[in-house]
Design a protein around this ligand. Sequence first.
Ligand code: ADP
Ligand code: MG
Length: 423
Amino acid sequence: MTFASLGLSDALTRAVAGLGYDEPTPVQRATIPVVLRGGDVWASAKTGSGKTAAFLLPILEALRARPGGSVRPVRAFILVPTRELAAQIVDSIQRYGQHLKKPLKTCLAVGGVSANPQMLALRGGADIVVATPGRALDLVHQNALRLDQVETLVLDEADRLFSLGFADELNSLLALLPTRRQNLLFSATFPPAVRKFAEQLLHEPTRIDVDDGELPSTEFILQRALQVDVPRRTMLLRHLLETHAWSHVLTFVASRYTADHVALKLNRAGIVATSLHGELSQGARTRALADFKAKRVRVLVATDVAARGLDIAQLPAVVNYDLPRSTADYVHRIGRTGRAGDKGVAISFVSAGTEAHFRLIEKRHQLDLPREQVPGFEPTEEVSTTTPPRDPNGGVKGRRKSKKDKLREAAAAAATRPPKQGP
Ligand code: ADP
Ligand code: MG
């Protein structure tokens, strides 16, 4: 099977050939013809299976085949949960669209940076907008972005966008779109709680589920669970970095504080590390990721902002220094490695206090990993089987409320509070 046989024209097939894509992946084979026909799609496919091209290629094809006029209303609107993922998708659009005769205009609309350049860029219209929900809404309110001509809506990492933290913004945006439109939903995971949102949003969708399990193919990712006491985790991480020839390693932690702290400790030990989390300026976030992708930094210590969708070439290892709070995020995190045919290892640190939570993760993903111990790092803390698990990291059960969630709750409470009686 070739990209051309799926209905893509020469400019696009040449671009993917130039990128070394020999043939379409299963999710691309299943999705591209449906999108070209104009149908709705609800696709679940493993991390690293090529979902981005599955929606971008047919969108570019459709925009190419039916060029707009000179006003350029936004015709494709792509929503994603993180700024870094949005930037990565804009890059992919540029690479896939490089041979198009009439170039398509793409705008990035994400928070953390000044809105002015984005407003300026949108002034002459845009064929495609790739956005995070908050900034997209801001730009609508500033009259810089109009969504009433959108033909195709994409929600990438859709389950994350349906989650509580984004629900209000997402609903406000959906209300601005024309009711007749194409909807494309992509994610590696669709927890039952978000399925009803998907069902409401989609119109007679083609359900594409190219693999029965949600886990990234285990033949490419070796998963390991190392037992270690909480205070010895940084030492163990150092030890792993010293004993493995990993070119670079993505380490996930539970908090912004831990990200900075672990990165600092590693740097002091002579290992080039940097942190990535939501409290950094957008400039620092972009730099951290760029340095890591370019291998100028060996260890990126990140919160779950880096769990979704990021495509880091030849990443040999992911370490869960802290376990993810949400069991679904385990899959997204470890799926940053073992991509596009490369092999990877995913190591989770399990302590006495988090053993019960790790069992939950294993149960959710039908895993049964042997608990390993590294000589010199044998745990001394006891796993308690009678009392509830201790919680050294501020709670691993359920998603913790973010600063944004709290602000939203406060705003919602203020909106429902009865108006104060005047004197
Ligand atoms: P997903 O969104 O499913 O996690 P991505 O779309 O980020 O995966 O793609 C993962 C990697 O696979 C990227 O580096 C991408 O360039 C590469 N890729 C995508 N499609 C193909 C293909 N048909 N052949 C080879 N590599 C591909
Ligand atoms: Mg993706």
